[in-house]
Design a protein around this ligand. Sequence first.
Ligand code: B3K
Ligand code: ZN
Length: 874
Amino acid sequence: PQTIYLEEYRVPQYLVEHVDLRFELFEDGARVHNTLTIQRNPAADGNPGPLELDGDSLRLESVALDGEQLPASRYEDEGSKLRVKDVPARFELTVVTWIEPQNNTRLEGLYKSSGMFCTQCEAEGFRCITYYPDRPDVMARFRTRVEADKAAYPVLLSNGNPVAQGELDDGRHFVTWEDPFPKPSYLFALVAGDLVEKKDRFTTCSGREIDLRMYVEPRNVHKCDFAMDALKRSMRWDEDVYGREYDLDIFMIVAVDDFNMGAMENKGLNIFNSSCVLASQDTATDATFQRIEAIVAHEYFHNWSGNRVTCRDWFQLSLKEGFTVFRDAQFSADMGSPTVKRIEDATLLRTAQFAEDAGPMAHPVRPASYMEISNFYTLTIYEKGAEVVRMIHNLLGETLFRKGSDLYFERHDGQAVTTDDFVRAMEDASGRDLSQFRLWYQQAGTPVLTVQDDYDQAEGIYRLTIRQAVPDTPGQTDKQPQHIPFALGLLGSEGQPLPLRLQSESPEAPQERVLELTRAEHCFEFHGLTERPVPSLLRGFSAPVRVHYPWTREQLLFLMSHDPDGFNRWDAGQRLAVDVIQSLLGAADDAEIEPRLVEAYRALLQDPSLDQALVAKMLQLPSEAYLIELSDSADPAAIHRSRDRVLAYLAENLRDDLMACYRRQTGTVDYELTPEAIAQRSLKSTALGWLLHIGDEPALELAKAQYAEADNMTDRLGALRALVNSDFQQARTEALASFYQRYSEDPQVVELWFSVQAGSDRAGQLPQVQQLLAHPAFDWKNPNKVRSVVGAFAGQNLAAFHNPDGSGYEFLAEQVCRLDDSNPQIASRLVAPLTRWKKFAPNYSTQMRTALERVRDKPALSRDVYEVVHKSLA
Ligand code: B3K
Ligand code: ZN
């Protein structure tokens, strides 16, 4: 496969002004009539040459120019390119193609899912529908006529507003849609099916009435309310916080079961994976509700950050994704607990994005090259990209940031632009120089900050020395220091915040500061301190960096209970737990475990005056994945054992406190999604999980009761998970059987059932996982099912996946090969855990490599998997 380089970007030779599409949908295929109004791009230099259109898996039926059929000699059909020779400066081209949506297992372009037609065009799926200059800087107005059998497909949707509809012969009908906003082809969408419509309305800030609609299969009508409300909250929030009003008269959401990712922001017609939009109290967990709210908001926010202002090329993907993730994170923080949201985001970043940034696929937020763009929908583009926008927000402050975003939207409305344009708007609006800051977009790798301190009692001066280094990544060495906002506070021995008085400042200095690091080394002197302070570093995770500082356990325990910054309280607890777990690695089985950890957790469990949402987070031990990420030569079996030992030790010593905490969490009568209620449920299930982990009999009874009596999925699944992860084998088997029986008709809940098992070190050993694959409810064509078994096994059940005999690796390689033919995007995502082989101790890494080589040697490997496997073996 070919590598595409940012450096080679050229403006398009031809522009499309208007696209007229007509879809004839049948059971054995679809005919697509595509009439393009094309003109030479005045901005392109040189001889334009032939018109080149992209295509993929299309059967070409005819080509006409200005209404005249072209003889074969006037065009070349290369399959992936259609070249039309000798075209005038302005013309109309009509291309007719035949495609087979019913055989499309890649789920890119037009395909069928549970009997309905639907599309996924980002990034390069539109070329699987018709020949087209399929690049985001070609923006056109679309008119789309969809024709299908009326009984089987009563609902026919596309982007924009419906402008005509009518009956046709043979029981067929049509609807025509017109989208007044020019858009790139990746935002095109079409849906045809037998769907139920749920309607609502939204009045915008300028008083326009928007028609809101959700389209779902009849069995799902009762699962729409939450997403619809989330949509309305998002629309209001974007008006209030960013001044962005919705632009069309109608906004539609469709739920489909077979979808490669979470959802897609097609103009006016968002398409969602059912699992990211449908929810009811009985079938969705708190985590699912929160994910739905965030994704609905994310896709909606794209209408401005992505659709009205889009990307010039795919190297700029983070322009829309990083910014939109930042926006949805602000929204979620406003809707719930900001500290909890920050903890969740930082956890994901530190566990998974840092790992990506240290692995073979590491790339900058704005990559310089790719083979397959689908491989670049990564945590780096999304999550790190959002952190980069957050840092701009921190540096500029709320008001100037808003001025910058207003300028960005105003200046670039209707354009396809670059991350550089975004930064320039922020600079122009604020007067700040962000030239060094731009390195965040160009340099891959997670900066490492090494902090040293020193207290001079006689002078009352506390000195902090901060050094930064950006590690080498594939193809990038000798990096420059980046511009890093570093928030900190200093605490006195009573826990009181101390003033941060730099050198010559007056005594009334602030109690928190954001230091701006721009050099490889800085030394800051804080004056007027009568005692040695405890530093609270990188508050609120003010930059996506690693911090090394020689914390003592005393300091961590102190910060855990005293830091006024909630995020850093949690962080101190995590660092302490990591330290305790790591100190047991390779230690004797009876090695002593830090007793102060027990006391720290006891304090959390016993004090109801603490923010319970924060407590619920603080009681989660660092995950195995995070512990692996922190090690250089990881031994997952040893990590698993140490972590389990600490968990068991805590549970043994906190039995009564856990039980008391459990019993306290019974207040709420009605199911609510407030941070407090969510924290209650989380605490309940954590306590149960810990107690069942050590075989506590009274807790077993509580778990059974919670399972049976729960009035919501969070409690029921919490109990099920605690049972599944326990050694109470009979109770586990019974609960699993009962759960399946109860929910076998609901594919989303069956997916939870799969993943609870595949992700459990007790119920998810390889033979059991093999059985899940043979289960009648499992379906290789459905990405959610694949993720819930294969993905959960390799991503969550690390002890079993990293079985020292290599069986887990071999298993994953086999499933990747099998999926590579049918759905390369899913195959390529699934292979990721193997690509981290360099992180592991030799016994593991050799076998992981062997598994990767096996995938590499599969005949006819897709471009997606090829790129990932070859880069990680290089
Ligand atoms: N923009 C889509 C992701 C498309 C992925 C294509 N492989 C969803 C989102 O980020 O909102
Ligand atoms: Zn997005």
